[in-house]
Design a binder for this molecule. Structure first.
Ligand code: BG6
Length: 506
């Protein structure tokens, strides 16, 4: 693999959680694999006061605690590339210090002007930091490229996202901005492209003629933990659907790109987003279900309901569960329902896509009236990453009784291959300037536009129920009614790819 060009990597919000849990372990892992440039410096900045040595000690702890790879033998060598600058990122006048520090790092380490700025900060700083960088000419590319990496959320709704976008584009070009959606960095999400477009057998069936419906789930067993304050102003729709789940829909539903370059792939994803059938406000109640977790006992342990979590308004109406049915109005998918659901405090952590194929037109077997099992292809994103195909087989013995059986592949069978973390992949790509796995502004805007009727209705129409669901269950039962088709329900996935059902091991 190619090494990125020499550069300085600046992290705003370097004393925060994301830096220690995700960024530092991912960058160290790149270092150990010899995937960082030969000349590289990492500059952490935040309001907290540290000197270089104190910051290195803090980062060393996080490498141990949140390690991506077992080999920590190179940690000390790696830490020598890390520096720190105390900075009030809201105060434009302090950017002169940043500029001076960058110049001295470049001179000391013989690095040119290439620079990445990573905004690992609260979203209220997204318009401010890039503006301050630009006001101090730190966005200028005369001496090398300058890139800006922004974490989600990109705005709070369509209008705020547009304002953020327009503000950024005053000083930065679209090519300079890398919007992280960490789901796109997951190996199994990228494998969707490979499954679809490197195999001759799936693509001919991948359309309205053979598929009955598509189901996408991203469930979490944890609650909001320490993020109650942020989450209460966000909710499941903004936190998971607007970004991660719609990006997955894009990859499942897109047309084959003409090549693997970034704009071909992102153009096809955008076309999917532009083909979403608009949801009418009067239909929201029938096509979208929201829920909020209630207190309950999980494996003998009492857990709080959402409204009792730290930082959450005791009368909050924020949804911790969202399920939506929608259509993609194009030639491939016309009339085929897509279902997506996500929630916190569900029975297990699992993300997967289930392609439900049409039943056979005439069912010869099981004459006793039992229904015809449909073939399902399950693409498991996490955990027990892999692919499962379910199909009917004759039960040995007299008669023709049919049973659904599994054919499954697990990534763990490729035991020699470590699955890199999403951040490792995305940071490496941003360093190489490959924006394929980053969300483009048109996609972000199209995703907001699609969801706005639901967001507005949930906010303003008090007749739309917010269902309570006991923690540790699969969310509101009403979500089952979304699924069209006789005796069809969501798949209730278990920890193991091959199992499903409400009584399996979680
Ligand atoms: C984040 C959300 O983007 O994704 C979190 O803000 C959520 O609320 C997380 O927990 C889930 O990511 P993963 O990789 O654990 O599925």
């Amino acid at each position: 693999m190619n090494k990125p060009l020499d550069h300085v990597f600046v992290i705003f919000g370097a004393s925060g959680d994301l830096t220690k849990r995700k960024l530092m372990p991912a960058i160290y892992s790149l270092y150990v694999q010899n995937l960082l440039p030969d000349k590289f410096a990492l500059l952490g900045t935040s309001r907290s006061k540290f000197n270089d040595e104190e910051f290195r000690t803090k980062m060393k702890k996080s490498l141990v605690e949140f390690k991506e790879i077992d080999d920590l033998s190179k940690a000390d060598e790696f830490l020598k590339k890390i520096f720190y600058l105390q900075l009030d990122s809201e105060d434009s006048s302090t950017y002169l210090n940043l500029s001076n520090k960058l110049n001295s790092l470049r001179a000391d380490n013989d690095i040119g002007g290439n620079t990445i700025y990573y905004l690992s900060t609260p979203p209220n700083l997204y318009p401010i930091i890039p503006k301050n960088l630009a006001a101090n000419n730190l966005n200028k590319e005369d001496d090398g490229w300058k890139r800006l990496i922004i974490e989600k959320p990109f705005g709070y709704d369509f209008d705020s996202a547009e304002k953020l976008k327009n503000g950024l584009l005053l000083d930065w070009t679209e090519e300079q901005i890398f919007r992280i959606d960490h789901y796109l960095g997951k190996e199994t999400v990228q494998n969707l492209l490979v499954t679809r477009f490197s195999n001759g057998i799936f693509e001919p069936l991948w359309n309205r003629n053979f598929i009955h419906h598509v189901e996408i789930t991203s469930a979490e067993s944890i609650g909001v933990e320490e993020r109650g304050g942020y989450y209460d102003s966000s909710g499941a729709l903004r936190d998971m659907v607007q970004n991660h789940l719609l990006q997955i829909v894009g990859l499942v539903a897109m047309e084959p790109p003409s090549s693997l370059d970034s704009s071909s792939i992102r153009n096809e994803i955008l076309k999917v987003f532009q083909s979403f059938r608009p949801i009418k406000s009067e239909d929201v109640n029938h096509v979208a279900i929201r829920g909020q977790y209630l207190e309950s006992k999980i494996k003998g342990e009492q857990v709080n309901g959402y409204r009792k979590e730290n930082g959450v308004d005791p009368n909050s109406t924020t949804e911790t569960y969202a399920a939506i049915k929608f259509y993609i109005d194009n030639w491939r998918w016309g009339g085929i329902p897509f279902y997506i659901r996500t929630g916190k405090r569900l029975p297990t952590r699992v993300s997967e896509i289930v392609i439900h194929f049409n039943p056979t037109p005439h069912f010869l077997f099981n004459k006793d009236g039992s229904t015809n099992p449909c073939n399902q292809l399950v693409l498991r994103i996490q955990p027990d990453e892999g692919i499962l195909l379910k199909f009917g087989m004759k039960i040995p013995g007299a008669g023709f009784d049919v049973q659904n059986v599994n054919m499954d592949f697990h990534y763990s069978d490729l035991s020699s291959q470590r699955i890199p973390s999403a951040y490792e992949r995305l940071l490496y790509d941003s360093m190489r300037g490959d924006s394929t796995l980053f969300a483009r502004s048109e996609e972000v805007m199209a995703a907001w536009k699609f969801l706005m009727p639901v967001i507005d209705a949930w906010e303003n129409d008090k007749t739309i129920p917010l269902y309570g669901y006991p923690s540790g269950t699969w969310g509101p039962e009403n979500a089952d009614d979304l699924i069209e088709g006789e005796s069809m329900t969501w798949r209730y996935p278990c920890k193991n790819l091959a199992d499903d059902g409400i009584y399996c091991e979680l």
